[in-house]
Design a protein around this ligand. Structure first.
Ligand code: SF4
Length: 281
C-alpha cells in the first residue's frame, strides 16, 4: 500500500486552485488569440482583445480572471492501493477551497442552502468531489473552478433512442445558441451521452476538461463533435454574444453504455474563463 498525507494533498490542491484562478487554459487562450488576429468582425475583435488583455493582466498580477471565481469541482481517480491519512478527500477538498479563497483571494461564491436561506458559506466550501476507484497507487485529480453563468445554461435531455441524429444535433445547438451571452462565450462544450440520468451529467462535466480540441478516438463521435462545433459557430453569436464566428472553442463528447430504452444526453457549458488543471500525486 502507499500512504499519502492529507496535508500534502491539500497543499497541492490549494496551489492548483490559485493557479487556475489566475491563468486560463493556454490552448483556449491560443484559439482566442488566433481568432482575434484573423477576424474581420470589428466587435468580435474588440471583445476578444478585451478578454485576451484581461487574461494577460490576471496572470501577471495574480488576480482572478473573473469576478465569478467559481466553485471548486474535483474529479478524482484514486488507486485502490492508496491510503489517504488524516482526512477524507471531500474534507481535504473543502479545506483547500477555503484556504485558496482566503489566500488568492477569491470571491466567496457558495451558498450553504440552495433554496430557503441562500446564506453564503463565506469560504467557498464545500467543493464538489467525484471519486472513481482505479488500479494502482496514484491519485489523479482533475480540478476546475467552474463559473455560475455557464453552469446555469447547461442542460440534460432524456431522449428516445429513436430520435434521429439530425434532431439531436439541432436540439443541442438550439439550446446553446439560445443561451446567447449568458454562458460567456466563446464556450467549451462538454457533451455526455449514455450512462443514465446522473452519469451523463458527470460525463459532460468531465468532457470539458479533455485536452482542448483533441480528436475523439471514435470516428463517429469525432465527426459529431466537428459538426456540432461548426453548427454553433455558424450561428453568428460570437464572443460574449456580440457577433462573429467564434461562439465555441471546442466540443468534446464522452460516451458510455446505457439502458436499451434510454438515450440520456447532458450538455455542460464552460465559459471563456476555462480554469482547470490535472495533477497527479
Ligand atoms: S460564466 Fe465564466 S466568464 Fe462568465 S461570469 Fe461566470 S466565471 Fe466569469
Amino acid at each position: 500500500m502507499r500512504y499519502l498525507k492529507a496535508e500534502d494533498i491539500q497543499k497541492a490542491l490549494t496551489q492548483a486552485i490559485c493557479q487556475i484562478s489566475y491563468e486560463s487554459d493556454p490552448k483556449a487562450v491560443e484559439r482566442m488569440r488566433t481568432a482575434h488576429e484573423q477576424s474581420n468582425h470589428e466587435l468580435e475583435r474588440d471583445v476578444l482583445g478585451a478578454i485576451l488583455e484581461n487574461n494577460e493582466l490576471a496572470a501577471i498580477d495574480n488576480i482572478p480572471l473573473c469576478q465569478d471565481t467559481g466553485c471548486t469541482v474535483i474529479i478524482a481517480e484514486m488507486g485502490r492501493e492508496l491510503v489517504i491519512e488524516g482526512a477524507t478527500l471531500q474534507e481535504i477538498a473543502d479545506r483547500a477551497a477555503a484556504e485558496a479563497q482566503g489566500k488568492c483571494p477569491l470571491r466567496a461564491s457558495i451558498s450553504y442552502d440552495p433554496l430557503f436561506r441562500r446564506k453564503n458559506s463565506g469560504n467557498n466550501s464545500p467543493a464538489i468531489v467525484h471519486i472513481r476507484q482505479v488500479e494502482g497507487k496514484r491519485l489523479k485529480l482533475k480540478i476546475a473552478q467552474k463559473g455560475g453563468g455557464a453552469e446555469n445554461m447547461s442542460f440534460l435531455m432524456m431522449l428516445s433512442p429513436a430520435t434521429p441524429l439530425e434532431k439531436i444535433k439541432e436540439q443541442i445547438v438550439q439550446r446553446i445558441v439560445e443561451s446567447g451571452s449568458r454562458a460567456c462565450p466563446p464556450l467549451v462544450v462538454g457533451i455526455g451521452i449514455g450512462g443514465n440520468f446522473e452519469r451523463c451529467a458527470l460525463l459532460a462535466k468531465e468532457a470539458l476538461f479533455e485536452e482542448l480540441g483533441r480528436k475523439h478516438p471514435d470516428e463517429h463521435y469525432a465527426a459529431l463533435e466537428q459538426e456540432i462545433l461548426s453548427m454553433i459557430n455558424k450561428c453568428g453569436k460570437g464572443a460574449q454574444g456580440m457577433g462573429g464566428g467564434l461562439t465555441a472553442l471546442a466540443v468534446h463528447v464522452l460516451h458510455e453504455a446505457c439502458h436499451i430504452a434510454s438515450l440520456p444526453i447532458a450538455v455542460n457549458l464552460q465559459c471563456h474563463a476555462h480554469r482547470h488543471v490535472d495533477i497527479e500525486l
